[in-house]
Design a protein around this ligand. Structure first.
Ligand SMILES: [Zn+2]
Length: 82
């Protein structure tokens, strides 16, 4: 069975975006946030064995923008080793 999963990324401004694994890695465009910033943190979520929960890294909300209904997250210091 082939790998299935998705990538959670945070840009430098703390926006969370989720990408399909293949879309993320096969993209010819540079992967950037809708705000234009580069992604500085990545969390690979492996769904191959239906165990995605254990790969999801909990994020801490930094700010919530009530007008735009967008929250930004604190960027974790380290990418979790596995
Ligand atoms: Zn952004």
């Amino acid at each position: 069975m082939s790998y299935e999963g998705y990538i959670r990324v945070l840009c430098n401004n703390g926006h969370l975006t989720e990408w399909d694994y293949y879309e993320y890695y096969n993209s010819e465009e540079p992967n950037t946030c809708h705000c234009g910033a580069k992604f500085v943190w990545r969390n690979d979520v492996d769904q191959t064995n239906c165990e995605e929960e254990k790969y999801i890294i909990k994020l801490e909300v930094d700010k919530f923008n009530r007008d735009k209904k967008i929250c930004t997250y604190k960027i974790p210091d380290k990418i979790k080793e596995r």
